[in-house]
Design a protein around this ligand. Structure first.
Ligand code: ATP
Length: 292
């Protein structure tokens, strides 16, 4: 699935500005960005719920049609299930909307509800389920009918760690079959762990994208040096910028690898070195950097 130059304005607000990225077959792509960054707007355009001001979404190289989008599984921000209706009945209905027979939809929905701990709540009204269980049912709704792509708006919000694992497993079963999966989330560690690639949106624009390794490679090289004495001398070391200094421990940004190794040699010449380690930035740090 190719998102190509999607732009959406609401009056003076540009909610999405020239957003382009790919969700390759069989890959999980994490869509991150602060509140109001434009994730929901972009996903709505992908699903055809909202018309783009300009740009398009391509499927197999051609602009998506209503028929193609009908085969996408979607979990909207506003959620789709009716609070006052029984869970299983609604899932069967949704499955039928996706072209399943009533009995196939009932069988698949029952199986998934059972698998996710809701086997004894089939006839419960959605509103009587806990929020996390409602969320499980919403995710199940989006995967009924063997979708060819999945577009999920914050599917993991409100899920406990066990449910996160179960739901990630369910999504992985889809990517394993070649289904492209796009989901938004504010849980950056989870995105880092699950996704093949990440798209960072800020004020409607894509400000970074790539695998977490690629995003990390754009962050400055940082090392932590810990000695037994004071590291104040590091401030004068050539090619070294001190980020944080606290007595025997200092966090530095060397200009290059040579400067880092020179620093280590200088430190060793002064006395014992307790620690000299490359610091890998977390996705949260990278996010803060690119969104700054
Ligand atoms: N129907 C609308 N009318 C006017 N402005 C809108 C509409 N929908 C979204 N916006 C604006 O577009 C911008 C992007 O909103 P959007 O909901 O896409 O962000 P988001 O990244 O999903 O945020 P969050 O993480 O808070 O869900 C915001 O400034 C929002 O106020």
């Amino acid at each position: 699935m190719q998102i190509s130059h999607l732009t959406r304005r609401f009056g003076d607000v540009v909610a999405a500005a020239d957003v382009s990225f790919e969700v390759p077959a069989g890959q999980m792509v994490g869509f991150v960005g602060g509140n109001g960054a434009g994730k929901t707007t972009t996903m709505r355009m992908i699903m055809g719920v909202l018309a783009p001001t300009s740009g398009e979404v391509l499927w197999d190289g051609a602009p998506t049609t209503r028929e193609v989008r009908a085969r996408f599984g979607y979990m909207p921000e506003e959620r789709g299930l009716y609070p006052k209706q029984p869970v299983l009945g609604q899932l069967v209905y949704l499955g039928q909307l996706h072209g399943m027979t009533a009995s196939a939809a009932r069988q698949r929905a029952t199986e998934l509800l059972g698998r996710f701990g809701l086997g004894d709540r089939l006839d419960a009204k959605v509103e009587t389920l806990s929020l996390g269980n409602q969320q499980r049912a919403q995710i199940i709704a989006s995967v009924l009918g063997d979708p060819v792509a999945l577009v999920l708006d914050e599917p993991f919000s409100g899920l406990d760690p066990a449910a996160v694992d179960q739901m990630s497993e369910l999504l992985r079963e889809h990517t394993a079959r070649g289904v492209p999966v796009l989901f938004s989330s504010h849980q950056l560690e989870l995105v880092d762990r699950l996704c093949d690639s990440i798209v960072v949106l800020h004020h409607g624009r894509v400000v970074a994208s790539g695998s977490s390794e690629q995003l990390r490679a754009t962050a400055p090289l940082r090392y932590r040096l810990t000695t037994t004495g004071d590291t104040g001398w590091v401030r004068g070391a050539p090619g070294i910028t001190v980020v944080d200094l606290d007595g025997p421990s200092v966090l530095v940004e060397p200009a290059d690898e040579d400067a880092a190794q020179r620093l280590l040699a200088d430190a060793a010449a002064r006395g014992p070195v307790r620690e000299f380690s490359l610091i890998r930035p977390s996705l949260s740090e990278i996010y803060r950097e690119v969104a700054a």
